[in-house]
Design a protein around this ligand. Sequence first.
Ligand SMILES: [Zn+2]
Length: 247
Amino acid sequence: MLLAEPPKTGADVEFSIGDIPVRIHPLFWIFTLMPMLDNRAFDSLLAGCWLLVVLISVLVHELGHAVTARYFGARPWITLYAFGGLAAYRPQDLDPRFDPTARSLLISFAGPAAGFLLAALTSGVLLLAGFQVHLTGITVEIDERLNDIHPYLYFFLRQLLFVNIIWGLLNLLPIYPLDGGQMLQAILVRTMGSAGMVQTFLSGILLGGAVAFYGAFSMRNSFLAILFGYIAFQNYQLYEAFRHRRW
Ligand SMILES: [Zn+2]
């Protein structure tokens, strides 16, 4: 859900998955480990598990976008940064034979879908291994027996399921630049032309602000409040820039 790519640094980790280049900015590690550091009983193995959960989840999500964009003819690359990742490509490389709105909708939806698929596969493997998996609300809980046998594996799999389901759902909220917001933008621009951009940013301000408010006062979740407050502010800046055509 990044808007722009961070500059290259000497501490970047670079590799590729198939023909898709991946770059990990050093802030990715720092931001991912931050919630673990203020825990008094810091456990480095647990922190390692968490880092692996976030790394796998963000990569799978971005690969969902990248592989779909690749299918439509683009040559995408992936960047992992402070608050997640970005799968970028040059829009002019996309195959013009496909309907542009359908193409955008599929590329945006493929990120959360890849995470849901990973969660389904993880649940399937657990079931095959003889552990129960059940839906509780919108997430999945794993058999406590696994916690007795292997607490780190339990932590790892539980977080992997949680992150892939919850982040996928959050990303589908119709708030720009989340995936759901990009889908909303594709639909509004198709129906209203450039006025669709203004409507996208306006709804980003309203809905982003509403989620931030709900996070702060109803859920008392400061992470959610700060994240969506920032997203609402980004939409305000985009709205202003678009009105004055500063791009
Ligand atoms: Zn995404």
